[in-house]
Write a protein that binds this ligand. Structure first.
Ligand SMILES: Nc1nc2c(c(=O)[nH]1)N[C@H]1C(S)=C(S)[C@@H](COP(=O)(O)O)O[C@H]1N2
Ligand SMILES: [Mo]
Length: 301
């Protein structure tokens, strides 16, 4: 079911406690081990999941933001349908002791997969509740063995103008780049998603590997990742470079800080009729607020 890695002693790298906790969690999970059509096994992480009603798969798969294909939302599913997601390599590089190029299927076997139901809030004002399938980014980061000078992780996504028609325009700078502070990357809520609704990710949702950072606006959750680079200085992220007054590096969901062109106080949960109030840190304040003590989130939005 879950393959041990052949060439590295994981317990040495992950920090024993975290590793054991995760293994114990997987072993003791009262819920059944579930599996996808493609045969991947996973357990449902109830503790970390919201019990709000899930948005339907069809909505999540038909209403997307993925500028590499189009600035539209409903045409991505069609434009992305032939994206080649196998074979796919993910390079981890930069200020780490264990730089490697992983085949995506190797990554899928390396870490136990979990299902986590998260709220997801787009900066444009819509939100949804999605059962993602993935593994904590922290596990991959620990395996990389960051050096003490590494303070940020930069995520670079696929740049292929043949496959991605939006990249033949310059609506954004390509490739799409995002970044997290190292402690944000290590936070247990931060997920490397490989699937949703019990199956591998549809192309339009960021196959074969995307980030999911549930307390931040959707644009931080980069899709179709090819490189994780550990760096010393805050990376130049696509949205930050494109429109610095509108999209800051942190992009923490904050209903009190308006986007320059609209309020962020409320959100449209897809499938619902009346708007609901947006929660600070998208409802994850108890878990993440401590990461930002001493930071002015009105200035550093
Ligand atoms: N590579 C890439 N990742 C991306 C984007 C993008 O345009 N390109 N859009 C972001 C934005 S703005 C949002 S809201 C989410 C949308 O994710 P979804 O289509 O799975 O709902 O993807 C994010 N990740
Ligand atoms: Mo977004």
């Amino acid at each position: 079911m879950i393959e041990k890695d052949d060439d590295i002693n994981i317990s040495e790298i992950t920090g024993k406690t975290l590793y054991l906790n995760r293994r114990e969690f997987i072993a003791s999970a009262a819920v059944a081990v579930l599996s996808t059509k493609t045969g991947l096994s996973y357990v449902r992480n109830q503790d970390i999941s919201t019990n709000e009603g899930q948005t339907s798969f069809d909505v999540v798969a038909n209403y997307n933001n993925f500028y590499e294909f189009s600035m539209g939302k409903t045409d991505i599913i069609d434009l992305a349908k032939n994206l080649k997601v196998r074979p796919w390599s993910v390079s981890v590089e930069g200020l780490i002791n264990n730089p490697r190029v992983y085949d995506i299927d190797k990554l899928l076997r390396l870490f136990p997969l979990e299902e986590r139901i998260y709220r997801f809030r787009c900066v444009e004002g819509w939100s949804m509740v999605v059962p993602w399938l993935g593994f904590p980014l922290a596990e991959l980061v620990r395996r990389c063995q960051p050096q003490s000078s590494a303070r940020y992780v930069e995520f670079v996504t696929l740049h292929d103008t043949r496959q991605m028609p939006g990249q033949r325009t310059n609506v954004l700078t390509w490739p799409y780049v995002e970044g997290l502070r190292l402690d944000e990357a290590l936070h247990p809520l931060t997920l490397m998603a490989v699937g949703m609704y019990g199956e591998l990710l549809p192309n339009q949702n960021g196959a074969p590997l995307r980030l999911v950072v549930p307390w931040k606006y959707g644009f931080k959750s980069a899709k179709s990742i090819v490189t994780l680079r550990f760096v010393e200085h805050q990376p130049l992220t696509t949205w930050n470079v494109t429109s610095p007054k509108e999209y800051g590096f942190y992009a923490n969901v904050n209903p009190r800080v308006s986007h320059p062109r609209w309020s962020q106080a409320k959100e449209h949960r897809l499938g619902e009729f009346t708007k609901r109030p947006t929660m600070m840190f998208n409802g994850y304040a108890d878990q993440v607020a401590h990461l930002y003590t001493g930071i002015n989130l009105t200035r550093d939005f």
